[in-house]
Design a protein around this ligand. Sequence first.
Ligand code: ATP
Length: 288
Amino acid sequence: MDVIRLKALAKINLGLDVIGCREDGYHLVRMIMQTIHLFDSIQLEKIPEPEIQLTTNIHFLPTNEHNIAYKAARLLMDEFKPGQGIRIDIKKCIPVSAGMAGGSTDAAAVLYGMNQIFEFKLSQRQLAKRALTLGADVPYCLMRGTALAEGIGEKLTRLPCVPRCPVVIAKPGISVSTKWVYDRLELNEQTKHPDIDQLLTDIQEQDLKKMTSHMGNILEEVTVKEYPVIAHIKEILLENGALNALMSGSGPTVFALFEERSQAREAADVLRASGLARQIYVTTLFNV
Ligand code: ATP
């Protein structure tokens, strides 16, 4: 096999809590991760020259070692020296700097795809170990589905699938740096934490309504304070039939879960008309 085409899926956080900070500055989290059917299309192709070539449809993204997908390829090329090179083409659809792990999922797809086409024969666990050196979310992006992520995000426990409901994704025309948000998060006695244990119970019980009512993201406090447009987008989605709406990751993307696809489409139309969000998608949760 010389060419492989992959879907690098975006994620949302059904729950995101921060419970502390490590000495090296990494935050300790408890997050419920969920992949959705919104993806970057990645094509990997073997080339005779022992180099990495990367192209993308997004003009402002780096195409060199500053692109995390490039870094993923470098990692495996340096370790296995396959004697050939790789051409990576990324058609991005996942909003960038949006709290949807867009870069991490591209990196995971490159690790997975190169392992296939060069037949490195790395197990899932061996791939995950390498993925973690690229970023805390990359092992989850390899795993996909519904999972509890602890530690710095790398300790993963697979959870039962959440009912495959419709989801609206809305990103306002602002970009938020993950580091900026985490640096401003204050943890003290007054901090309100989402109830991740309750969410875990709701997921075990497959109760979509209860689950959506317990969704929460501790980082909203930081990002929404700075960008009130996030709260306005949530309001519109809630007024238009969403079971609940929440910021994903460090933001600014908002996602909303619905019972019916028609409701999700209508809410997306109202949001479009409001002009508050630049990128709006109607899709579904993705289960493995
Ligand atoms: P997370 O949810 O993991 O915090 P994010 O969705 O907030 O991620 P990304 O879209 O992964 O953020 O992008 C963050 C930064 O990484 C951007 O500044 C972007 O320029 C850079 N970057 C490098 N490679 C990529 C890539 N393949 N796709 C997207 N961004 C990339």
